[in-house]
Ligand binder design. Structure first.
Ligand code: CMC
Length: 428
């Protein structure tokens, strides 16, 4: 085993270097503090491996993304979201029997508890859908106390299926509440994506027949979002799970983390940016000058990534998928032209080239969601539905660990030194 040597204050220590299956190397500093009294400082965790994980592999320098070893391009082309979810959670492509069993569980649990429907009435009709989603995922746990906290294999599968299935029912119910329409019950004859489209767009007196092309685009969108190793929300799920919290509580926290505009909320920010450019009549070049102006605080949303210093492979697939679905549905979306134009400008501009900023997953995904008919305020919820398998799989890695170890980082304290309490009447 190779080691890395640390020298400090005239002393030296050797630390093991861990090698991953793709020959990535990391210095194992788990004994750093006990041996040296030192800790590491890495704000934003850009250089810190928080765990060893067998789920997703990313090579950000060349733009590779694989779930359980399978290239994202092959899964997006040939798989379905449910099959990919099973793969991400359990590590193998399911056999026909395993797929059917999981599918049956998704159907069995598609309907949310009837009392949960009343919870929606407690929210203002314009409440942010991500707030509702996070709250409702925790609520699922309250309605299934018999499975909370229990850790046998069967309960895990039931919990995973219930969560994966009901997240889409909750999302559709949130949309209905927003739209002032009655909530629709799921239908057992539909597959995952079709059922979601039905619950979103059917009304009691006019049922839609889900369009297979739209369902395919939705499947692709969900597959591409299914996991992305230790991003902000997934790390949050693992952090919460490490305390022994149940799957629903852990994933609910992940939803909150995903909400922010630098993470899942970027898919909303991209469309808002494209709309602003369209409405103002500004050229993409002019917008770019504003982005590059350090005083403007503007970012080119949907560009850049902490891990990818090259094309995000998901953005290439989504760009193609956007073209296909818009053509099939005969939609001419001016935002797609603006997006393409911005990308062209960015890819030949030294500001973006030097900083290795390329389109990420959010740059084109909003165009697809618009074409499907998903309203802007539901975009990040769609990301959350897609990310569910990754969160569940990461929860499972923590849950299956032989010894539960709470995630508890250290800090470098920069506050006041010890001082005495000042009585209220003596304070300046
Ligand atoms: N537009 C303009 N400049 C940018 C952008 C951008 N989108 N992204 C990074 N930069 C600049 C940044 O100003 C900095 O410049 P300088 O070195 O002159 O100070 C340099 O590039 C490095 O930026 P950083 O913020 O240190 O990079 P990071 O790795 O911490 O941030 C990021 C990654 C995704 C938060 C950032 O690129 C960003 O804010 N992008 C826009 C938001 C976005 O699209 N987020 C979705 C991420 S993908 C989906 C997901 O996983 O959630």
């Amino acid at each position: 085993m190779s080691t890395a040597r640390l020298e400090y204050n005239g002393q030296s220590w050797d630390f093991p270097v861990i090698e991953g299956t793709e020959k990535e190397h990391g210095i194992d500093i788990s004994e750093l503090r006990s041996k040296t009294g030192l800790i590491t400082l890495d704000e934003g965790y850009g250089n810190t491996g928080s765990c060893q994980s067998a789920i997703t592999y990313i090579d950000g320098d060349i733009g590779i993304l694989r779930y359980r070893g399978y290239p994202i391009e092959q899964l997006a082309e040939h798989s379905t979201f449910v099959e990919t979810a099973w793969l991400v959670i359990y590590g193998q492509l399911p056999t026909e029997k395993q797929r059917q069993r999981f599918s049956d569980l998704l159907t069995k649990y598609a309907m949310i508890h009837e009392s949960m429907r009343n919870h929606f009435q407690g929210f203002p009709t314009n409440a942010p859908p991500m707030a509702i989603l996070s709250a409702m995922i925790n609520a699922i746990g309250c309605f299934t106390p018999e499975v909370l906290g229990s850790d046998n294999e069967l309960n895990f599968e039931e919990n995973a299926a219930r969560l994966l299935s009901q997240v889409r029912s909750i999302a559709a119910a949130t949309f209905k509440m927003n739209a002032g329409q009655p909530m629709m019950y799921p239908r057992p004859e539909y597959k995952y994506a079709e059922n979601f489209l039905h619950m979103m767009f059917s009304v009691p007196n006019a049922r839609i027949t889900p369009d297979p092309e739209v369902a395919r685009a939705l499947n692709q969108f969900l597959i591409l979002h299914a996991d992305h190793e230790q991003n902000c929300s997934t790390s949050t799920v693992r952090m919460v799970a490490s305390s022994g919290a149940n799957m629903y509580a852990s994933v609910s926290a992940g939803v909150s983390a995903l909400w922010g505009p630098l993470h899942g909320g970027a898919n909303v920010a991209v469309v808002e940016m494209l709309e602003d450019i369209r409405k103002s009549g500004m050229t993409p070049q002019v917008y770019m000058e504003k982005v590059k102006d350090k005083n403007s605080n503007l970012r080119l949303m949907g560009f850049g990534h902490r891990v990818y210093r090259n094309f995000d492979p998901r953005s290439r697939i989504l760009q193609k998928a956007a073209d296909i679905i818009l053509t099939k549905l005969k939609i001419n979306d001016p935002l797609l032209d603006i997006a393409r134009h911005l990308e062209d400008v960015a890819l030949s501009d030294s500001y973006f080239v030097d900083r290795k900023l390329y389109p990420n997953v959010d740059f084109y995904s909003g165009i697809i969601l618009r074409a499907i008919g998903i309203p802007l305020n539901m975009f990040t919820v769609m990301f959350a539905i897609g990310r569910m398998p990754g969160w569940i799989a990461n929860y499972k890695e923590i849950h299956d660990a032989t010894r539960l170890k709470i995630n508890r980082p250290r800090q470098i304290y920069t506050g006041e030194l010890i001082r005495d309490y000042i009585p209220r009447d003596q304070r300046m």
